[in-house]
Design a protein around this ligand. Sequence first.
Ligand SMILES: [Zn+2]
Length: 302
Amino acid sequence: MNKYKLEPQRSAEIYTITDENDFLNNVHGRFPFVQRTQCNVSYFAYCPFCLNPIQLVSYTGSVRAHGKHIGNGKKVLYFKWDYDRYKYCPYASHKPYVLIEDNERLENLVDNILYMYSLLKENFDKVKYVIEITLGMSFSKSFWKESIDLFLNSRAYMSPYLTERNLPYIFLYFAMQHQSIYGQIISENSIFFCALKDYADLDLTKVYSRQNTEYYKISGPKRYIELRLRLYDYKQQAVNGEDISESMVAAIDERISGKTLFEGRIILSADFFDNLVKKKDTFRDEKILEMASENIPVLKLR
Ligand SMILES: [Zn+2]
């Protein structure tokens, strides 16, 4: 992989491996990142996804310096292993991609999970923003409240696939699954727009324009239509060992007829949310933050 962290924390900064000298400068030659034995010297850091130890491999020749997971179970001075997370790490996987298994949960409520839980609570307006931009839709406050309940009840914050970067997408996948989208707002740029516009039983009513984009309310001229979001095939892959690329299929089904109006794969941005969280001077949606604060209880280490 071409990324590493210097602390086994979800909040820790992610660095890019360029070459051995750059790595040495960054760690100031310190233990435990630099470990010497009588006959050689090894370099270590943390995997940005699973936070397990990785070794910097640097050959002279055509292969670029990169990080590699150390064999499962092999001990490295100072570094701790978390086998649970290692099992699910796309960087460690020998398969072309890791497919999210819906029912997998980590067993222990550790600091890193608490961190992501508070990240959700304190940045819920930004989580909402990333999801709305990704789907080209805008959802009501009650929709979000219901989604939070689903997320908490399914204990999706314990999913081993969750990171500080994909939090909005994991939220979308677990909390908005099978939610009804009737009555919500859709942008003309949404991947779902044409399919909904062409569906005879629906009547999209223009509600407003923003930045030259028109927004419509999803409703039916005659009757309530039960349209539901369906999300599946969530993949995480480390393409050529570089940034983790994530994607999922989003579909809209009409529940009574069972007809699928649209389905398509959406590619998820690796750093959209992370950049948004780091940006301190952005507009904050206080009403949504207040709702999140009321509905997401404090989680404590057991
Ligand atoms: Zn890993």
